[in-house]
Design a protein around this ligand. Sequence first.
Ligand code: ADP
Ligand code: MG
Length: 309
Amino acid sequence: MDRQAIEIKGLKKTYQASKNEPPKHALKGVDLSIPEGSIFGLLGPNGAGKSTLINILAGLVRKTEGQVTIWGFDQDVNPRQSRAAIGVMPQEINMDPFFTPRALLELQAGLYGVPKSERWSDEILELVGLSDKAESYARHLSGGMKRRLLLAKALVHKPRILVLDEPTAGVDIELRNMLWRNVRKLNDRGMTIILTTHYLEEAQQMCDEIAIINHGELIIRDKTSVLLERIDTKTLLITPQGSAPDITPPQGVQLTRRANGQLAFDYRRGTTSADAILDAVRAAGISISDVETTQADLEDVFMDLTSGR
Ligand code: ADP
Ligand code: MG
């Protein structure tokens, strides 16, 4: 069996802002395991509980109930080891503006008890493209550079698991590409990556496996490819030349005539090919003026699973 980088059982988090307010159940008993070596996507709408879950993993938020095991270490039994196994790039920029990137990395290394001989600040700065800013004050860095520095900080203690909370929200294309190149590079070196993102296309491209949470509950968790197959209905839209005569679609294919004269064929990728539909259309003596297909993507899966709940 695959080894798990993270194992979460019955995880609950209830926030109680004040006595007068009703408690907020941010996580309602989540079971989740994340295999070693994967790039794992944690998706869900705003307020779903993603950051809460990640911050519990990072040891920044105290869980209300449940069991969290990180790299084999139970968080409650071995808090130090479980913390050492994980590095987190937080959603919010939080750093002392009066330090330089190099100083911040050294400080972080000190916090994690990384011996001088094992520090790799220069290499990290190189990796995130901040070598030439190593001695600039953090307050002089652009927003994008601060985000790079957050990634750098998360790497100081060479964690087995890197967690990125919405790393690309509101960043420009260049920084986004830099982040993904680095994520892949680190993953190639064996680091397990967990990320949350709002960009489903990004998750679709980057993640081997995906979990979707909504209202503090795990809705689904599977390989990205399997999730995409869940909704495997495609639509083939054919615009005929002139009006189309009656046509019998191939078995299992649903034909709808649209008001604009288009023929919409709904079919399942697994059982029918677009070719078979085109053949049937041609066999009916219809000349085709235009063909379009629409395909379900992660966005559809996501909408299907989270809408109306
Ligand atoms: P996500 O990261 O998926 O957007 P969060 O984990 O930030 O979701 O939030 C989940 C829920 O918990 C939200 O309803 C949010 O308002 C609430 N919440 C988050 N942090 C706190 C807090 N410190 N105090 C009270 N409620 C909180
Ligand atoms: Mg969040």
